[in-house]
Design a protein around this ligand. Structure first.
Ligand code: NAD
Ligand code: IPM
Ligand code: MN
Length: 350
């Protein structure tokens, strides 16, 4: 069996971790009897500098036929972030109805959490982030540019369809886990959208009587992540709140360098896109020191999506072993290994 995958390394460390992770996926494919046909796209800030576009006008049409998209990171100094991200990453998430951003957070054995006294049993959660609407909307604009009356308006969008589908997905995940869903809200300060979010959450909870629920305003929720990470199983949040929580989660789990993610179109009407939580890390780009594990683990999520749960488990098990042994890990995990060495250590176990 062959899977056609679009490869978009993107910018910065994306160019290093994507090829390293693709080699690991080739290795696991060999073991489990499938392979990949990779088609690379050089869409990036460099391409923007050359052509004035992050991707061609028909970019989404070019991606449409692939089984999945495997992406590194987008954004680099020199191109404003809103230009690069709204020219590539966000149009794909939106155009392909990847309305779930799935971001598991686990403290792996052998990794030291910055939280004193916490071990793997304390940090094991799944962040389910709304990925198509919410605070990330194109609706708005500027008035009186350059004048003292200058103003910017940014409209947040919360639809019943958008809230319900991400919440339903979160409850379904909880059924497969520890049967608990926490909702991130801010219905004390945000008067329209967040009370509506809470209302939809309460309605969805009724349909899942076996699942226990909690909800916290985002401010204290960030504190609870630090002080009580063991309270959380599945956490569902709007686009912005989910974004923030999914950097905080990996931070308490030791490193953003191991945090995987998937932009999922659950109906499989469009390709899903697998991309780690981290960005292009300009501060360490080009040095072969970035941790490739986030990208490799992201690859395991793609394997799961493509119908290879056993291969996915094998990749995660190999990651767990390499991290626990700590001989071939990158510097964010306290080691000295290069990107390529760390990825090879994972591949060698497959
Ligand atoms: P970042 O995730 O790129 O980096 C934050 C910090 O984490 C940096 O110190 C970096 O060195 C470190 N880090 C990140 N990944 C690492 C890895 N694999 N191994 C070791 N250390 C790692 O976030 P940022 O600095 O806010 O963003 C940089 C650029 O990336 C910006 O242009 C931003 O818009 C973009 N970005 C893109 C994505 C994406 O494409 N999905 C996600 C986040 C940020
Ligand atoms: C992420 C990133 C993106 C987001 C940015 C780069 C637009 O932070 O994937 O978490 O906010 O979705
Ligand atoms: Mn983010």
């Amino acid at each position: 069996m062959r899977h056609k995958i679009a490869l978009i390394p993107g910018d910065g460390i994306g160019k290093e971790v994507v090829p390293a992770a693709a080699r690991v996926l080739d290795a696991v494919g060999k073991k489990f009897g499938f392979d990949f046909e990779w088609t690379a796209f050089d869409w990036s800030c460099e391409t923007y500098a050359r052509t004035g576009r992050m991707m061609p006008e028909d970019g989404l049409d070019q991606l449409r036929a692939f089984a999945s998209i495997f992406l590194g990171a987008v954004g680099f100094p020199g191109v404003p972030d809103h230009v690069s991200l709204w020219g590539l990453l966000i149009p794909i998430r939106r155009g392909f109805h990847q309305y779930i951003n799935l971001r598991p957070v686990r403290l792996l054995k052998g990794v030291k959490s910055p939280l004193a006294g916490r071990g793997p049993a304390d940090i094991d959660m799944l962040i389910v982030r709304e990925n198509n609407e919410g605070e990330y909307s194109e609706i708005g604009g500027r008035l009186y540019k350059g004048a003292p009356e200058e103003m910017a308006v940014q409209q947040a969008i919360f639809t019943r369809k958008g809230c319900d589908r991400v919440m339903r997905f979160a409850f379904e995940q909880a059924l497969k886990r520890r049967q608990h869903v926490t909702s991130a809200t801010k219905s004390n300060g945000i008067i329209h959208s967040m009370p509506y979010w809470d209302e939809r959450f309460a309605a969805m909870a009724k349909a899942y009587p076996s699942v226990k629920t909690a909800q916290y305003h985002i401010d204290i929720l960030t504190a609870h992540f630090v002080q009580h990470p063991d309270w959380f199983d599945v956490v569902v949040g709007s686009n912005l709140f989910g974004d923030i929580l999914s950097d905080l989660g990996p931070a308490i789990a030791g490193s953003i360098g191991i945090a995987p993610g998937g932009n999922i179109n659950p109906e499989k009407e469009y390709p899903s896109m697998f991309e780690p939580v981290h960005g292009s890390a300009p501060d360490i780009a080009g040095k072969n020191v970035a941790n490739p594990i986030a990208q490799i683990w992201t690859g395991a999520m793609m394997l799961e999506h493509l119908g290879h749960p056993d291969a996915a488990k094998a990749v995660v098990a190999a990651i767990e072993r390499v991290v626990e042994e700590a001989r071939t890990v990158t510097r964010d995990l306290g080691g000295k290994a290069s990107t390529t060495e760390a990825a090879e250590a994972v591949a060698a176990l497959l």
